[in-house]
Design a protein around this ligand. Structure first.
Ligand code: ZN
Length: 407
């Protein structure tokens, strides 16, 4: 081989290797095959914050926006037309209230109001939604052509240190509780606070066991990695992370590290991937804790809510978040498959709770692109259906069986 050819080959080699190692990351184009697979599956999304939007806009009577009509995006990620286009079969609606409500002693009241909003939302659109409390309900409602609606309480501050309140939330239809939100509790450490307990307190353990007994899924999103590990030691039922991505790909403290992913496999649980730009790229993840610190500092600096809002908006403008794309989200799905296996991954978009969504996953109409990209990367129809919802349905059934045994 002439010398120049050898040289050219050596120069080209790294590019060839790189081209083979990197999947194509251009625009994903929907095919009929993917759409067919997508709509034949049962998509169960672990987390949507639409109920919070009603509180934010002070619209508990559904007057300011009617999701039966198309809603402008990005103001809202969710409306009925787009839910249908996205093929959503079941949705865990989040009954989220700010962690601050714990200090003001309004957490329980506001949580009850958020649960009320979800029930009334379902009643307001009876042709579209129906309440679901069990895995069987989800399957039945899906067969009726409606979107099964479930309640997830986001943050243990909502029980105000009371197992009685926890049981009451369950009797009102709550089927998972995220153990913390952004702040530590007396009984569990959050991923985004300074560690105090390095896991759960003895009362925190009793909360987990009571949730097992009730058949309420234990949600390890938002908790510190040590709390995740502690929960996995204590729980008698499979757990979920209702909206969390993989720490190895985006080192945000509330993403799930690999050792926990392995334990989730042993536990039989499921990690439902969050779409938020700040949790899916390494740059976005690094900005997360800085943003949280700025949020807390500005909140102290500006006790007036309006002034705080303006100052925080300015700060965010000065620190733009890389948007990321559908490829990043599918990378997280594939990473969880690699570490925990195909039976332990799901979808937990966090729509209407996130300020930035990735390209081609801008709202609830876009889920079919995930199916398409999974198909493009060689995943089977069966694997895709597991990711879309079959895995979390299995976890629900297992948690229901544990509750049945410990009644
Ligand atoms: Zn959340």
């Amino acid at each position: 081989m002439p010398r120049f050819m050898i040289l050219t080959a050596i120069l080209l080699l790294p590019n060839i290797v790189l081209a083979q190692a990197q999947p194509k990351r251009g625009i994903v184009k929907l095919t009929d095959e993917a759409l067919k697979i997508h709509h034949a599956g049962l998509l169960i999304d672990g987390h949507n914050d639409l109920p919070w939007q009603y509180r934010k806009l002070d619209d508990f009577a559904f007057r300011k926006f009617d999701i039966a009509k198309p809603q402008p995006q990005p103001q809202l990620h969710t409306d009925i037309e787009r839910l249908r286009k996205g093929g959503v079969g079941a949705q865990f609606w989040s009954a989220y209230v700010d962690a601050d409500t714990a200090k003001k002693k309004t957490a329980v009241k506001q949580t009850l109001e958020q649960i009320d909003v979800i029930h009334r939302l379902v009643k307001a659109y009876p042709d579209t939604f129906a309440m679901a409390y069990t895995a069987d309900d989800i399957v039945r409602i899906r067969k009726e052509g409606k979107i099964a609606s479930l309640i997830g309480v986001e943050g243990g501050h909502s029980i105000d240190n009371s197992l009685g309140v926890l049981r009451t939330l369950h009797s009102l239809g709550t089927r998972y509780m995220t153990l913390t939100h952004s702040d530590n509790l007396d009984w569990a450490d959050s991923a985004t606070d300074v560690p105090k307990l390095n896991g759960l307190s003895p009362f925190g353990e009793s909360v987990v066991l009571e949730m097992n007994r009730l058949g309420m899924l234990v949600d390890i999103s938002h908790v510190s990695a040590d709390t995740m590990r502690h929960v996995l030691k204590v729980t008698k039922a499979p757990v979920i992370a209702s909206h969390s991505s993989a720490f190895a790909l985006a080192p945000h403290p509330r993403n799930v590290p690999d050792d926990v992913l392995k334990q989730v496999k042993t536990n039989g649980g499921v990690v439902m991937v969050n779409f938020y730009s700040g949790f899916i790229t390494p740059e976005g993840a690094r900005l997360g804790p800085v943003t949280m610190k700025a949020y807390r500092d500005l909140k102290k600096q500006y006790p007036n809510a309006e002034e705080f809002k303006a100052a925080y908006a300015t700060w965010k403008k000065e620190h733009p978040m890389p948007q990321g794309s559908i490829h990043d989200v599918v990378d997280h799905i594939e990473h969880i498959i690699k570490i925990a296996g195909i039976d332990h991954v799901g979808i937990g978009s966090d729509y209407d709770g996130i300020g930035s969504a990735p390209r081609q996953l801008e709202d609830v109409s876009t889920y079919p692109y995930i199916t398409q990209e999974l198909l493009n990367r060689g995943h089977s129809r069966e694997a895709i259906h597991k990711i879309l919802g079959a895995n979390v349905l299995r976890v629900m059934r297992a948690a229901e069986a544990v509750a049945e045994r410990t009644k």
